[in-house]
Design a protein around this ligand. Structure first.
Ligand code: PMT
Length: 409
């Protein structure tokens, strides 16, 4: 099952009596860990006030298309990009008709057209309107366009009739919304991920480390778990909480990371090294705090083991993905790592004072023997999902080839 933790959910509210349930829905989505923004159509505001949804979502409600002040803030394209999922609840018969036609004449319909996020609609209407051939034909078109349809439930309706057309309850919608993120692409596989920096002790209070926050690696671990994998995350010191449904093992030094990785690598189907591992460590760590005595001080360093190279040397080796943090010549450097460490894929990123490390956004160049693919700048959570989607496809292709080779006489 997927999770809504840290997901950006854009809730579209259209005109219908079930709009009164939207406030409860926003609250429950937030309780499940989602960040929620709301778009209301004009007719939705006849049933519930924007102020109510602003209060429960904690953000101003978006209502107008091509309003200069709104477009200067978070316009329709920004909203479409911001969303991990768009959920329209309630979705009126009129809105479904407009969605089926691909109209873009109000904010909500334009965002539904412009987004790459998962879109789901929750129909709510009178049972005759639901059963009408025009509505059913619109629903068939919407389904064909990969939009999910949640419900409706059957029962007594606000108009006094009985039949299908009741909006699902918020509690059911939260479960269905979280399932939007469960892709199943890595079902049954074990994925081992490293993340964060390492800490190489100089003395009990000082050490060598780097600026990795762990955000990229944790996002990769979460995305793999969402895709159905059993995930083990070996993390250097970070201030991030353990990701949901991920077995997180905390370590400090590169040597500890190496040892912990090798306790699990033989059973892993996929290994993804996102950690910024120190290449060198002090030859000796002092037992006590080093005192300030001399004007200068030399620190003798020795090489740490290369975790990634040691995993690809296993027989059989898991499908192995390395990261490359580069300040220049990204593609040639990444290709050199691909060959030298015998990797299946290198995810290369530019790093600098304000990019790569610690930031919430990143971009990646996926370097493989077959070529190069660019994943543009986006939140690390989204980028991680795109990376996992790519890895799942490559893993399947590689293993299909292996099976094919085994079968040949
Ligand atoms: O944690 P964040 O703040 O979100 O930042 C993310 C990130 C910038 C750290 C991440 O996207 C990234 O680029 N990680 C790799 C950083 C790095 O150490 O790159 P490298 O080029 O030095 O190492 C190449 C690969 O070898 C990496 O997969 C690394 O995990 C691995 N390695 C390196 C040294 C070593 N001794 N053992 C290793 O396994």
């Amino acid at each position: 099952m997927g999770s809504l933790i840290n997901k950006h959910v854009l809730l579209g509210v259209t005109g219908g009596i079930a709009a009164y349930k939207s406030a409860d829905l926003v609250r429950r989505l937030r309780d499940a860990g989602a960040e929620v923004r709301v778009i209301m159509t004009r007719s939705a505001t006849e049933f519930i006030t924007p102020l109510t949804l602003q209060a429960v979502s904690g953000h101003p409600v978006h209502q107008h298309f091509l309003d200069t002040s709104a477009e200067a803030g978070m316009g329709h394209i920004e909203l479409a990009r911001w969303a991990d999922a768009v959920l329209v609840a309630p979705a009126s018969a009129n809105f479904l008709a407009r969605l089926a036609q691909g109209r873009a004449d109000d904010l909500l319909s334009a965002v539904c057209l412009a987004t790459e996020a998962r879109v789901a609609v929750t129909p709510a209407m009178n049972q005759q309107m639901w059963n009408n051939a025009a509505t059913q034909s619109n629903l068939a078109t919407i389904k064909k366009n990969a939009i999910r349809i949640f419900g409706p439930a059957a029962g007594s309706q606000a108009c006094g009739e009985v039949g299908p057309g009741r909006m699902l309850e918020p509690v059911e919608l939260v479960t269905l919304a979280s399932e939007l993120f469960a892709t199943g692409e890595l079902d049954g596989l074990t994925v081992l991920v490293t993340a964060g920096p390492t800490w190489e002790a100089i003395d009990p209070v000082r050490g060598l480390t780097n600026r990795s926050s762990g955000k990229m690696g944790y996002a990769v671990a979460e995305a793999a778990a969402e895709s159905g994998a059993r995930v083990i995350l070996v993390s250097g010191p970070t201030s991030l909480p353990d990701p949901e449904r991920v077995r997180t093992l905390r370590v400090e030094s590169a040597q500890e990371m190496y040892d912990t990785v090798h306790q699990h690598a033989a059973a892993a189907d996929i290994f993804i090294g996102v950690a910024a591992v120190a290449d060198y460590r002090p030859v000796r760590a002092a037992d006590r705090k080093i005192k300030k005595t001399e004007e200068t001080m030399a620190l003798e360093l020795e090489r740490n083991p290369d975790i990634l190279a040691s995993v690809t040397a296993l027989r059989p080796a898991p499908f192995t993905v390395g990261f490359a943090a580069e300040t220049e010549n990204i593609e040639p450097q990444a290709r050199r790592k691909l060959e030298n460490k015998n990797l299946d894929l290198v995810a290369a990123n530019r790093v600098g004072a304000d990019i790569g490390f610690a930031a919430d956004e990143n971009s990646l160049l996926l370097v493989e023997r077959e070529g190069v693919i660019e994943l543009p700048t986006q939140p690390k959570t989204k980028l991680a999902r795109a990376l996992i989607h790519h890895i799942a496809a490559r893993y399947r292709a590689k293993n299909a080839t292996k099976v094919h080779r085994l079968r040949r006489p």
